[in-house]
Design a protein around this ligand. Structure first.
Ligand code: NAD
Length: 515
């Protein structure tokens, strides 16, 4: 799709975005015009997209009350009936896939293909949740006491607070909501203040489906705001689960606040992902995986490849191939399919990128592919940068940090155990990969002595994931799991039940109590 086909006004009318109020509960009930006004600019061309009211504390409280009230009814709907609503939402998403994908691309700056991919993830998780709505199963176990039955079951939890990051402005919300809704929870979403309009669009798509199905008002709420609304949510006892996606800095604050009130926190935080390239790797796969992982979404994925750990025997070959591949990258408007790399989210992100280049050079990093900010025609937003590659040493401080931009570090190794130690030697633990055709190496990488990340891949890059698996990471990535597998359990309240159908009251562990 060429950029000329993109018509913002048409997209606004598609999603019925007439106003940009601060808060909404499903039921076309938009309100909140007392707070600050934030202007949203596109990183693609720097143009103003819209003005959005930020919610006040009173707006937030009104929404929480609606979500609490709706929970009383929603939790009693049979789970497959809730699943049917999610199925219809997934149908609606199919219908709106293209305009929503365009809006994601224009507001966030990822390529149109990646925007579509993000909407596809929403559809996939909805489909997963529909099946799940008939499988929210517990276990039965044998009691140690005669004529006793024991089992465990899962009940709806309550209001789930969702704080999301700018880089996956819609998919992460769906990962949470599709599961939470079939589990019987209501949700209140605080999208990133950098991507409010995609959130408005999602709520509008949803409204029609919820209205048709007479879903109680307040099952899905959205509240515009910055960290201050996030803080209210983290400290709010009425929100038993806060699912927060974003930087480790943010996660430490949210985790501490939720922990202080003994609530549940699901944290999906920063990554510092590495790919090991063995001397037994298929280099064709390795180079494609590494380049896409490093420059896709302009390096703004939590799973972006930030470090390549390369065997010394093939180090120079890989270096040359990377150099050649980077020469072919075209940087520009992400709505133009001929471009590989779009903009960073804003000028602040460009400053962070520039600081990182300075730091790595100060520490002695050797430039392999030169970076820098881009100016002039096509780059007027001031958000475009060149993907950079540096040769570094593992002890560099900058290598320990996640820079949310296309900066790739090369490290050399001679022994596989050393490579795994380098891979694990950072505070974050999200995604990891090994490229090898050597079974011993790949099995070691996946073993107890291997990668310490939440995601460990063989002959696939670090970037991206399918919705069927549990998604998340260890260490400073926060330990949360979202999406597939049994991630749904965190959205529910677990209960163990013991039933005595005998005539006596035997105590557990053989304890006698004679009266
Ligand atoms: P960010 O931490 O700046 O903001 C994320 C969200 O947290 C925003 O909605 C923001 O308003 C809110 N927030 C900020 N401070 C808060 C506070 N003190 N209390 C409550 N809420 C607060 O992150 P970002 O720049 O939007 O996103 C990039 C980061 O997100 C990267 O570190 C990336 O790795 C991470 N991320 C992780 C995953 C994952 O699944 N692990 C997925 C996407 C992004």
């Amino acid at each position: 799709m060429a950029q000329s086909n993109f018509n913002l006004q048409q997209i606004f009318s598609t999603f019925n975005i007439k106003e940009t109020n601060a808060a909404a509960s499903t039921g076309s009930n938009w309100f909140g015009r007392e707070g600050e006004v934030k202007t949203s600019f596109s990183p693609v061309d720097g143009k103003e997209i819209a003005k959005v009211y930020l919610a006040t504390e009173a707006d937030y409280n009104k929404l929480i009350e609606k979500a609490q009230e709706a929970f009383q009814e929603w939790r009693l709907w049979p789970a497959p009936r809730r699943g049917e609503v999610v199925r219809q939402y997934s149908e609606a998403l199919r219908k709106f896939k293209e305009p929503l994908g365009q809006l994601v691309s224009y507001e966030m700056g990822k390529s149109y293909q990646e925007g579509l991919g993000e909407v596809q993830e929403m559809i996939d998780i909805c489909d997963f949740a529909v099946g799940l709505s008939r499988q929210l199963h517990g276990l039965t176990m044998h009691s140690e006491r005669s004529k006793h039955r024991m089992y465990e079951q899962y009940h709806p939890l309550g209001v789930v607070g969702i704080i999301s990051a700018f880089n996956f402005p819609v998919a992460v919300w769906s990962w949470n909501t599709a599961l939470a809704w079939v589990c019987g929870d209501t949700t209140i979403w605080k999208p990133s203040e950098k991507t409010p309009l995609t959130a408005l669009a999602c709520q509008h798509i949803l409204e029609e489906v919820f209205r048709k199905n007479e879903v109680p008002e307040g099952v899905s709420c959205v509240v515009m705001g910055d960290y201050r609304i996030g803080e209210l949510m983290s400290n709010d006892k009425r929100v038993p689960l806060v699912s927060a996606t974003g930087s480790t800095r943010m996660g430490k604050k949210v985790g501490a606040a939720v922990g202080a009130r003994l609530g549940k926190a699901l944290l999906e935080l920063g990554g510092n992902n590495a790919m090991i390239i063995s001397k037994d790797a298929d280099l064709k796969l390795a180079i494609i995986g590494a380049v896409f992982g490093a420059v896709g979404t302009a390096g703004q994925r939590c799973t972006s490849t930030r470090r390549l750990i390369i065997h010394e025997d093939i180090y120079d070959t890989v270096k040359q191939k990377l150099k050649d591949a980077y020469k072919q990258l075209s940087i520009g408007n992400p709505l133009d399919p001929s471009n590989h790399v779009g903009p960073l989210i804003d000028k602040e992100a460009v400053e962070m990128y520039k600081n990182t280049l300075q730091k790595v050079e100060k520490e002695g990093g050797k430039v392999l592919v030169e970076g820098g900010a881009l100016e002039g025609a096509g780059y007027e937003s001031g958000c475009y940068v060149k993907p950079a590659v540096y040769e570094v040493e593992k002890h560099f401080e900058v290598v320990q940090q996640e820079t949310f931009a296309p900066v790739l570090y090369l490290l050399k190794y001679s022994d596989i155990n050393e490579a795994i130690a380098i891979q694990n030697g950072v505070p974050q633990g999200l995604s990891s990969a090994i490229m090898t055709n050597n079974l011993r190496e790949s099995e070691l990488f996946l073993s107890h002595a291997g990668s310490d990340c939440g995601i460990a891949n063989v002959n696939i890059g670090t970037s991206g994931a399918e919705i069927g698996g549990a998604f998340g990471g260890e260490k400073e990535t926060g330990g949360g799991r979202e999406s597939g597998s049994d991630a749904w359990k965190v959205y529910m309240r677990r209960q163990t039940n013991t039933i005595n159908y005998g005539e006596d009251l035997p105590l557990a562990q053989g304890i006698k109590f004679n009266i």
